[in-house]
Each structure stands twice: as C-alpha cells, then as structure tokens.
Ligand binder design. Structure first.
Ligand SMILES: N#Cc1ccccc1Cn1ccc2ccc(-c3cc(N)[nH]n3)cc21
Length: 251
C-alpha cells in the first residue's frame, strides 16, 4: 500500500517512523510519502491561506497549492503504470464535517492500493478542492470524532495507524486481527489481565487462570456484552438489548 500525505506540518508524521508502522515501512509493506504543501506555494512567503469569502473569522486554505500538490501525486501514481482496472487513488480529507471513521471503514480502506491524505489547517480547505477531485476521482471527508482539532494531521495519523495495522504482514500475530475481525459485531473489547496473579490485593479473575478455554471464551464474550451494554448500548445487536445488568468492574 502507498500512502501520500499533504500537510503544512510534515514533522507531525515523524511519528509514523516509530513502532509497527515504522517497521512496516522499512520492510516495504507500506510506502508513506509526506509532502509539504508549502512546496506548492510559490510566492515569497509560501502562502497557503487567505481570508474567507463572505467574511468571518480565521483563514481558509487557498485552492491553488492544493491543486498543484494533488495533481503531482496523482500524475506520479498514473505514471507508476497503475495496473489496468485499478481504481484511482482515494483522496481522504480529515474534517469535522466528514463521515465518521470506524473499524469497518479501516478494514475497507486497508484494501486500497493507494491512499492520499489531505490535511487541512486554519478553518479548512476551499470547497472547490473537494469538488475538483470528486469530479475526477474518489474523495471522502472523514471525521475521527465529534470534537474539533486544529487541523487534519492528528486525525490522519490515527487513521493511518488503524488502516496500516490491517495491512497483511504488518501485525506480527495475525490471530489478534482475527479476534478483532469478530468485532465486526461491534461489541467492545473484553478487559485484559496479565501477571502478577494478585496486585495490591486485586486478583486476576480465576476463570482466566483455569486453563478451561471454553470457560474463558464464554467469560470474555459476556464481558464484551456487559461492557458494551454499559458504555455503548447503541452498539449492542438488537437481540442482545435488554437483559439484567451483570456485576462489572469499573471501566
Ligand atoms: N475544518 C475545520 C475547522 C473548522 C473550524 C475550526 C477549526 C477547524 C480546524 N481544522 C482545519 C482542518 C481540519 C481537519 C480536520 C479537523 C477535525 C477532524 C475531526 N474529527 N475533528 N477536527 C479539523 C480541522
């Protein structure tokens, strides 16, 4: 998978040199290329913003640098002899006004060959950039939650991590992803424990030390249902709604 990122803060993406994603990049599983939008702004001050049309507070990112930067990436992708029938790269713009990013979307995006993230700043990007590229290919505005960040970089890093870890070979033990794939049912994770068996008088639940795998699986499923019912009842499948609340640890 190739991932291009356009941003005025390329340094944010140094984080992608670390840990699993850094290893995946060095192993050639994921090719991440970060582009400074200001390299596509040719005035003396490499300006990428201007006052909002119609007035209002703040500044808006002008379309010209975005057009030059995105055209260059898309042209490069085309020259890299994209196999016949392979779709155009998918352009993703983090936005508070976007569709909400979910694990389902992460799985869907992990199937793509080429993603391009456009990270806005200020009050956002001139709408005509989205319109231009939606006419020429695929564009999705994506929110990572109902709160407002100062720009798209943190959202892009979160999405790249969630997507990257699903790319085959990135996560050492694919079994853990298999477990997650059961989370397609939308239930939250069960609580995790490890050694020591007792910590400050708090025991690991005995069932987890029983060696009875069927009992452990049943306990974990019950914990997932209980936690989901308590924390995110809207995620419960219809057939699991209702039912007496069980005893539960704090979250
Ligand atoms: N747009 C906008 C905007 C509008 C008003 C005030 C501040 C901003 C900042 N901003 C500029 C770019 C940009 C990109 C993504 C987010 C973003 C995503 C999620 N899920 N929250 N925030 C915010 C972004």
């Amino acid at each position: 998978m190739r991932i291009d990122v356009v941003t005025i803060f390329p340094g944010y993406f140094d984080a992608l040199e670390l840990s699993l994603l850094g290893k995946a990049r060095r192993r050639g599983l994921i090719d991440v290329r970060v582009h400074d939008l200001r390299d596509s702004a040719h005035d003396k001050h490499r300006t990428v913003d201007d006052t909002p049309s119609g007035g209002g507070a703040g500044m808006v990112m002008t379309p010209e640098p975005w057009g030059e930067a995105l055209d260059a990436i898309l042209a490069e992708g085309a020259e890299a002899d994209r196999p016949a029938g392979e779709p155009e790269p998918l352009l993703l713009f983090p936005s508070p006004a976007g569709e909400v990013f979910t694990q389902r979307m992460a799985r869907e995006l992990a199937e793509e060959r080429h993603l391009v993230f456009g990270c806005g700043r200020y009050e956002g990007i001139d709408q005509r950039v989205f319109d231009e590229y939606a006419e020429r290919g695929r564009v999705r505005l994506v929110s990572i939650g109902d709160y407002v960040l100062n720009g798209g970089e943190v959202a892009a890093i979160a999405m790249i991590e969630a997507i990257g870890r699903l790319v085959p070979g990135v996560v050492g033990n694919p079994d853990s992803l298999v477990e997650e794939s059961h989370e397609a049912d939308g239930l939250l994770e069960y609580p995790s424990y490890t050694k020591p068996a007792v910590w400050r008088g708090r025991e690991v639940p005995p069932v987890l030390l029983s060696g009875d795998h069927a009992a452990v699986e049943a306990w974990r499923r019950e914990q997932r249902i209980e936690r989901t019912r308590r924390v995110r009842p809207e995620l419960l499948p219809r057939e699991l709604r209702g039912g007496a609340p069980g005893r539960h640890a704090a979250d």
